[in-house]
Design a protein around this ligand. Sequence first.
Ligand code: GLC
Length: 749
Amino acid sequence: MKLLRVWPACLLLLTVVSCSKGPEPKDKALEAKVEKLLSQMTLEEKIGQMNQISSFGNIEDMSVIIKKGEIGSILNEVDPLRVNALQRVAVEESRLGIPLLIARDVIHGFKTIFPIPLGQAASFNPEVAEEGARVAAIEASSVGVRWTFAPMIDIARDPRWGRIAEGCGEDTYLTSVMGAAMVRGFQGDSLSDPTSIAACPKHFVGYGAAEGGRDYNSTFIPERLMRNVYLPPFEAAARAGAATYMTSFNDNDGIPSTGNAFILKEVLRKEWGFDGIVVTDWASATEMISHGFAADPKEAALRSVNAGVDMEMVSYSFVRNLPELIKEGKVKQSTIDDAVRNILRIKFRLGLFDNPYLDEKKPSVLYAESHLAAAKKAAVESAILLKNDNHTLPLTSKVKTVAIVGPLADAPYEQMGTWVFDGEKAHTQTPLHAIREMYGDRVQVIYEPGLAYSRDKNTTNIIKAAAAAARADVVLAFVGEESILSGEAHCLADLNLVGAQSELIAAVAKTGKPVVTVVMAGRPLTIGKEVDLSAAVLYNFHPGTMGGPAIADLLFGAAVPSGKTPVTFPKMVGQIPMYYAHNNTGRPAARTETLIDDIPVEAGQTSLGNTSFYLDAGFDPLFPFGYGLSYTTFEYSNIQLSSATLNKNDVLAVTFDLQNTGTYPATEIVQLYIQDKVGSVTRPVKELKRFTRVALEPGEKKAVTLELPVSELAFYNIDMIKTVEPGDFGLWVAGDSQTGEELVFKVID
Ligand code: GLC
């Protein structure tokens, strides 16, 4: 452990400034409009605002219930003419003319599809997240959508869980920064801008800790862990001004989120000052019956509304039961009024009363060149180079013939990834087409997929792929997951490559030609065997519409990989849950343990030591969090701290030199980790507290500064008080979570 050197230096100041707008300031005029309208509403009209339906297509039938004032919001209607028709009924034919709020899941793009959020997180670039959300908002609002159910910011530490694809991975700080950026992108500078759509951080809260990584399963997150790990991204989203929140399906410690007053009232409203809409997830109110938390729809409505839910998604228990519950005095009129205030407030902020209709004559903005360019940039920055032996990549002019194999080389639908309702495969540019179009003058392409789709077990054509490999200088093998294999309700107990893809890689590797394995997936996969067989591995979490051109540029060197793993890659599924910010335990692994194949026969009972590791997998992951290679190399040096001893209200400045010691211009994602050595409760061995992207020309050296307020070392302690505890801290600045020299500093009272 190096004692720190302390001296000031004038440096390039790079700090991550979390741009937080916070809940909209109280607008007295707007609040007066809310109160005036509320005072005119009947109880039925109030409850109608709390009711959201999914478009069932028949305009006439929907018009009947809209006219009655029974609908506050409609999701899944994206035909602009129909949206205007439905809106006209609400505004011109219902008694009070309250406009509808039209919603859609626009998770990583509307028509122009960006990398799935886990991929965007790999860029460690909040600008990618914000720009992607902005493009999604511009495209979605152009058809009448003004509310999206995103960002999904559930911390996920179990890649068996299919929805790990939709979030920003395992880390609280990374997810907080990326989630807040998405909120800003969706909502723009003002919600009243017609291209702004209300964000909806979801799923509130703790959904990603589903036991066994099985979707919808129970979670058991104690309050301290909830406050230190799972809640902060949602708080960051609130600070960014998120207009709505969605409750999660899981019951945590026996309480379904949709009926959890502690998180919905105590935390969200009282502690964070949130004044927008809380909407249930799809039927999550009445699903509390299945949970055994409500006996029937009436009790489901009771427990949801009294816990702080404002709007019910599709299960209709509010409309059918609240009038009686109010008559019975089980739900207060004031509770209904508060819920409707929240709904009307967001509708006013969105400008829906002044501009309820969209301009049907406006030229289309879908797939605009600038949108496609932003999607390509995001896909380039989301790609992670996991291996690159002998400088296999980028492909140089020495490579004259490439064999392109694998079921994902030309799979436009799969490439878009999960949660794509409006993207169109016809617009997806695949790697096969991109390489042919962009680099066909440099290389001859032999295309033999070998398998028809990722789960294909028919090995008949693998021999053709192997024959193609034998004729080529390099093999480009595109493998991974069809999009259906990740996302909601799509969990896996085995994370090896599905189908006969592993056999395909083995067959082409057997030819002795260098294999570049390009993965497209919705989660980290246990690809250790394929990594060993490959000369290079480029990992893409479903890269979206422009994945092909992005991957082509990366393979041929027009772009240089910079992505880092936003989630730990386990060697084996049995190691899960596995994440870098783990506790040390009382018997941490020494990393020198004897592994299963090296254990002597009849080894003595205590001969292997007593530390925390797996005999058959060791302790370490396949790839750690924050890991990713480049075509160049970087050197960190001269790391200094602004002070060895700090008070709680100090700001620690960490300065260091970063040099590009290779021959390609490239960007490094520098990461700053800390460790609170001793706490009133055990603390993680490392926690990411800052990161930033530094672009360097070959040979260039830059002095970099990261600033970290000591206040950000605060955590909820043994007394459930958020505080910075004095004591010793470790600090690392490195290109991933496992390397770098430790420096130490002390915080004093
Ligand atoms: C789903 C998802 C949620 C989505 C909602 C509306 O079940 O859990 O993320 O926004 O329903 O489609």
